[in-house]
Design a protein around this ligand. Structure first.
Ligand SMILES: O=C(O)c1ccc[n+]([C@@H]2O[C@H](COP(=O)([O-])O)[C@@H](O)[C@H]2O)c1
Ligand SMILES: Cc1cc2nc[nH]c2cc1C
Length: 359
């Protein structure tokens, strides 16, 4: 195996405890009853710990990277849309008309699209094909999604992209996904890693009807049978039953943690990749916050498994990073509360009575 295909992550350090304690202490001094900003306080403390400073600095370059890929399983009739839609949607993301473009623009994030395995070489995708590992993937009910070389290339691509984004100044990262059929491998991976049955993970994906749901359930059952044989090895697992987008996102999320850069997680597909990333780089989850509780049953299972409580409960099941970016304004608020609110001393506002009055 040549050096470029060896996958190794540096040890994941925890977010900074001193900054965490300092942020908790600072929250206690601001002109509000202790704890009264609820989860916004917890978010601000987490951001301070990730940045290693209290108060945290407001984010200057939140960045969304959307990983686009096609999936062989789409030939089995598991999606509401035909395979060619992936490449067409990539065009929409590049021209700014997709949901993530609009949400990111509203929330102050920029968007990059990467063709990791789209089944086209249309001109629109050529400019984003630097990391392309192949076109599509094997049909995971009967064959491996990727070869060993391809899965390693995809993980390394995600790692390199995370490094490039952090080196380019990104201070908050989101991984988005785009690929007709990708909710099927994502569901298989969640079932495999959380010990769930197919019926517990199969959702409506891109909006499938009952007959399509039945075909998807069969595909998940067959994919899961193959996945369970390789459960102990996360690279083999994503090679067997995942895809290039999920592999690349896993590399991206794990490397973001290595680089001590906070991440907002999106829905089912990025979440399945997060399960793989946590297997590859234990502790990486400390650098992630879940943007929202999504509309796929497997999403709730994976959030429980990662012990992540979502910021919002929006039922988003679009992918592209949308469910993550929806939570971004709250992260801005949580940061600015710590950075900009007055303390009791600064404002000349009396603190709480101590001890509390007896009723
Ligand atoms: O990430 C999610 O939560 C999510 C859940 C369901 C569907 N999607 C998106 O919809 C597509 C996959 O749906 P499907 O039915 O084709 O498997 C793909 O483009 C994903 O980005 C995404
Ligand atoms: C229209 C459409 C938009 C998407 N965005 C991410 N996945 C998608 C799937 C479809 C079908």
């Amino acid at each position: 195996m040549d050096a470029d295909t060896i996958i190794e992550f540096a040890e994941i350090g925890a977010p900074d405890e001193h900054a965490r304690s300092a942020a908790i202490e600072l929250h206690g001094k601001l002109i509000k009853p202790a704890g009264s900003l609820g989860k916004l306080e917890e978010l601000g403390v987490w951001i301070a710990a990730c940045q290693g400073q209290s108060p945290p600095r407001p984010f200057t370059r939140p960045r969304v990277v959307v990983f686009a890929a096609d999936h062989g399983i789409s030939a089995k009739g598991v999606s509401a849309y035909p395979r060619e839609v992936t490449g067409q949607l990539v065009g929409s993301l590049l021209t700014g008309g997709a949901a993530i473009n609009v949400l990111a623009a509203s929330a102050g994030a920029s968007v990059r699209v990467v063709d990791i395995a789209v089944d086209t070489d249309a001109p629109a995708t050529r400019s984003i094909g630097e990391f392309k590992v192949r076109r599509g993937s094997g049909s995971i009910d009967t064959e491996d999604a990727l070869t060993d070389e391809e899965v390693r290339a995809a993980i390394r691509a995600g790692m390199k992209i995370a490094d490039a984004e952090v080196d380019g100044g990104a201070d908050l990262l989101v991984a988005g996904d785009l690929g007709i059929g990708n909710s099927t491998p994502a569901s298989v991976l969640v079932a495999a890693l959380t010990g769930s049955e197919p019926v517990a993970v199969v959702g409506r994906g891109s909006g499938i009807d009952d007959a399509t749901w039945m075909r998807k359930a069969i595909a998940v059952r067959d994919g899961l049978r193959r996945a369970r044989r390789v459960l102990a090895d996360p690279i083999l697992l994503v090679r067997t039953a995942g895809g290039a987008d999920i592999a690349a996102i896993a590399g991206f999320l794990a490397q973001a943690a290595v680089r001590k850069t906070p991440v907002i997680l999106d829905g089912l597909v990025a979440g399945a990749a997060a399960l793989i990333a946590e297997e590859l780089a234990p502790g990486a989850r400390q650098w992630w916050v879940a943007g929202q509780r999504g509309g796929e049953p497997a999403h709730a299972l994976l959030l429980d498994h990662l012990d992540l409580e979502p910021v919002l409960d929006l039922d988003i099941r679009l992918g592209e990073g949308t469910g993550a970016v929806a939570a971004l304004p709250l992260l801005f608020m949580a940061t600015r509360v710590l950075a900009e609110m007055s303390t009791h001393d600064q404002a000349g506002v009396a603190g709480p009575l101590t001890p509390p009055p007896t009723p």
